[in-house]
Ligand binder design. Structure first.
Ligand code: GAR
Length: 197
């Protein structure tokens, strides 16, 4: 069987990407490329690991940018696309094309606190527990079928940064385990539902 080709999308520091890089031989995956929407720290991590980097910056015409991203992904022929801190919404055509093969990490317990400020929103809401979610991507914003979640208690002393760092520690482990299950066929999306073998 061929080694699954994984493409990672990231916009930030890339600690989730790093976790995948560090575990790639154990997972038996080939990280075929990192796609980013800017020259960010994740790009340096990918280059340091010898992974191809494609920087696809937002254009004034969103449709042109969407079409460009779709073309890049077609050319890369991924078995799995991991959105790991990618801060752009993926176009519905792209999502439909790769349905069941795109996952996203989100630093909250979805459906609570979707969107770009999940950690801040959980703190502002005064909840005691938040966490991390990994889900299949659908055409909505953070609405796709949930694959796995991990709860994190919020401390009185937490700032957005301290809480996010604690979430990310668990998020990295969760991502590794979900990528293992997906690439081994233990989890699939069937008719919009997550099916576990
Ligand atoms: C992660 O917490 C990820 O869940 C979040 O960005 C962080 C990326 O961390 N994603 C989102 O907020 C998407 N809405 P990293 O750059 O250290 O990998």
């Amino acid at each position: 069987m061929s080694i699954p080709r994984v493409v990672v999308l990231a916009s930030g520091t890339g600690s989730l990407l790093q976790a995948l890089i560090d575990e790639s031989s154990n997972l038996n995956i080939d990280i075929a490329a990192l796609i980013s929407d800017g020259e960010v720290a994740a790009c340096d991590r990918a280059r340091a690991a010898g992974i191809r980097v494609v920087v696809h910056e937002m254009q004034s015409n969103r449709n042109t940018w969407n079409a460009g991203l779709l073309k890049i992904l077609h050319d890369l022929k991924p078995d799995l696309i991991v959105s790991a801190g990618f801060m752009k919404i993926l176009d519905s055509e792209l999502v439909a094309e790769f349905s069941g093969r795109i996952i996203n990490t989100h630093p909250a317990l979805l459906p609570d606190f979707p969107g770009a400020h999940a950690v801040r929103d959980a703190l502002s809401a005064g909840v005691r527990v938040t966490g991390s979610t990994i889900h299949f991507v659908d055409a909505g914003v953070d609405t796709g079928p949930v694959i796995a979640q991990h709860e994190i208690e919020i401390r009185e002393s937490d700032s957005e940064e301290s809480l996010h760092e604690r979430i990310k520690v668990e998020e990295r482990k969760l991502l590794i385990s979900v990528v293992r299950d997906l690439t081994q066929g233990k989890v699939r999306l069937v008719n919009g539902e997550v099916v576990k073998a």
